[in-house]
Design a binder for this molecule. Structure first.
Ligand code: FMN
Length: 467
């Protein structure tokens, strides 16, 4: 069994990785595999490529003759990740990004990447918090994203300490992911955009941020893929079964107006998908109102989020609320909205839902350093991590104020830019009932453990255990 990572020094771990690589005969081919990995979707400029090749070659030589030491850990992590051998790092309890950008979306569903803790970390004193009417262990989680697209991933995240998980957005029919690449670090975006600012980001497929670095941003363009309902419903049942009784799995759904039937068709498809989730056992359905608005016939490429159309969003929530049983919780997930839009929408949603979640990724122009789109053929993509942090803080502050000023209570599930303990604590301090992290969970497999260790004894409003 993998020892607890904290018990293994970096030096010992590097040694262990080296032994493992040598035993598997992987050292000799490492430089070539690394270069194949970083040039898979585009080629770095020659001087940069030469420098990376020299660094990887030097590392391989030190691994071969036993000179590799603690200082090599960051480079070793990068080289093994892009070479497709991050599993070796995880076996040694070392941090790796949680999604294999070399593999397909399907590959990742079946085989979550990264170290898994031997024991689920818990807040001391049996403390639990109330989220959406359920008592949960420390109320942090992974939101709807590809890290929660299948039972193996849900199991992995739940074990690592995330207790408010949202199963990735599913649809009423199978939908293939966009062509790869689909996800990359945006290593130049180390600060937050101001709320409402135009977002433009440079991200190369070979960009890298050391796992655990709080200044991490990522860009993605998956196109909201979904397996066929019979597949995801069976998988959802398995996902629910792997959770402890103080862990909660929401299921994110989206609907579409595929044939131009208008708002009625859109509502019906949302309701159909929500009912399927309920039938498979979902205790809470999350409506992805930040999904592309398929009613919008004018937009080419990525369509604007549905929640910008308040009437359509409210019609969807009303229709789904009517279709679901009383015991099924309902959450509306929004994108960042400006002051007027949020203030107009929230009072209409509040009486219909148990919770409001947000924010989704910021939609922005995402280019490589040579000016071409990072995701070929798709100029716009989702930007998140620290780049979205101030937008999430701004949104959560206004959402909590609207809750306080309004008549109906709803829980706030806050997310956007949570990449370390401080950014997690900041959203709780604003009044969030649960906090989720996608880019942070991707970049740091121990983020939940660290948040629980730092905040587990002090987070207010526990409903069970030491209060
Ligand atoms: C790779 C990736 C895939 C995502 N897929 C979905 C999705 O299917 N449905 C959804 O509601 N949000 C999706 N999101 C948005 C996240 O749930 C979250 O709202 C957003 O990333 C902001 O959080 P972060 O800054 O922690 O990444 C995705 C985000 C990422 C990074």
């Amino acid at each position: 069994m993998t020892p607890a990572p904290s018990a293994v020094s970096a030096g010992m771990a590097v040694q262990r990785v080296r032994d493992d690589l040598l035993a598997r005969g992987l050292v000799a081919g490492l430089t070539a595999e690394f270069l194949a990995g970083i040039t898979r979707f585009a080629r770095p400029p020659e001087p940069e490529l030469d420098a990376l090749a020299a660094a990887a070659g030097g590392l391989a030589a030190r691994l071969a003759d036993g000179r590799a030491g603690d200082d090599d850990l960051p480079l070793l992590t990068r080289v093994l990740y892009f070479a497709g051998h991050a599993g070796v790092l995880a076996d040694a309890g070392l941090r790796t990004p949680a999604y294999d950008v070399r593999g397909s979306y399907r590959d990742n569903l079946a085989a979550p990447l990264g170290p898994r803790l031997p024991e689920r970390p818990r807040a001391g004193g049996g403390r639990r918090w109330r989220v959406l009417g359920r008592a949960v262990g420390f109320p942090i989680g992974v939101p709807a994203c590809v890290l929660n697209g299948g039972a193996e991933e849900v199991r992995h995240n739940a074990r690592n300490g995330w207790s408010v998980l949202t199963y990735k957005t599913v649809r009423s029919r199978a939908h293939e992911p966009n062509r790869r690449p689909n996800w990359a670090f945006a290593s130049r975006s180390t600060a937050s955009f101001p709320p409402g600012a135009a977002v433009e980001v440079v991200a190369d497929p070979w960009d890298w941020v050391d796992p655990g670095a709080p200044e991490v941003s990522t860009v993605n363009s998956f196109g909201v893929p979904s397996p066929a309902p019979e597949e995801w419903m069976a998988d959802l049942e398995r996902s629910l079964a792997v959770l402890d009784d103080d862990q909660l799995l929401l299921v994110s759904v989206m609907g579409e107006d595929a044939d131009g039937g208008g708002i009625g068709a859109l509502v019906a498809d949302f309701a159909r998908t929500a009912r399927m989730a309920e039938e498979a056992g979902a205790p809470v359905v999350e409506l992805n109102l930040s999904c592309p608005n398929t009613l919008d016939r004018s937009a080419s490429g990525v369509k604007p989020p549905l929640c910008l159309d308040a009437d359509a969003a409210v019609a969807v929530v009303e229709g789904v609320r009517r279709a679901l049983g009383d015991r099924t919780g309902l959450v509306a997930k929004l994108s960042w909205l400006d002051e007027g839009r949020l203030a107009a929408l929230v009072p209409r949603l509040a009486p219909l839902v148990d919770g409001i979640a947000g924010i989704n990724t910021l939609q922005g122009v995402v280019r490589r350093s040579d000016g071409e789109p990072t995701f070929p053929g798709r100029r716009l993509a989702g930007v998140s991590g620290i780049a979205a942090r101030d937008s999430a803080l701004d949104f959560t502050r206004r959402l909590v104020a609207l809750r306080e000023g309004g008549g109906a209570h709803f829980d706030v599930l806050a997310m956007g830019g949570v990449t370390d303990v401080a950014s997690c604590a900041a959203l709780f301090a604003l009044g969030a009932d649960a906090v989720q992290s996608a880019s942070g969970a991707f970049a740091d497999p121990y983020l939940a453990r660290d948040c629980i260790a730092a905040l587990g004894a002090t987070l207010p409003r526990a409903v069970e255990g030491d209060r």
